[in-house]
Design a protein around this ligand. Structure first.
Ligand SMILES: [Zn+2]
Length: 122
């Protein structure tokens, strides 16, 4: 991986601007600033759309769901199964809500740096 890409990912994980590494990308949970408060980079130039939700959702489905199923199927009583399902649902929600901001920041930094946009048919 190129050093520039690694730097963008590291800055995204800290929720910082990929250009300067100082300005915060978010003014609220998943709400972006219009421009970077530090360097003035136009953050509205890129739109991650539902990309972060896709990656976080699939990560949760592939990694967390088997753990939940293991615990749910390993207990015998219905009460324990119900508790395992509830804990599993809460775990999925916590994992998703925790991972969404850094994944969105990483994708936004990469989009701005590499000037990516919607695909077109020529
Ligand atoms: Zn900046």
């Amino acid at each position: 991986m190129q050093d520039g890409t690694r730097l963008l990912i590291n800055r995204g994980m800290k929720l910082k601007c990929g250009n300067c590494g100082k300005g915060s990308l978010f003014r609220a949970y998943l709400k972006l600033h219009e421009t970077c408060p530090s360097c003035g980079l136009d953050l509205a130039a890129a739109d991650t759309a539902d990309g972060p939700a896709f990656f976080v959702g699939f990560f949760t489905m592939i990694v967390v769901t088997p753990i939940i199923l293991f615990f749910t199927l390993s207990v015998d009583s219905w009460t324990a199964k119900a508790i395992a399902v509830l804990v599993g649902i809460l775990s999925c929600a916590i994992v998703c809500l925790t991972l969404l901001p850094p994944v969105k920041a990483i994708l936004l930094n990469l989009q701005i740096k590499y000037d990516s946009g919607e695909g077109t048919i020529e």
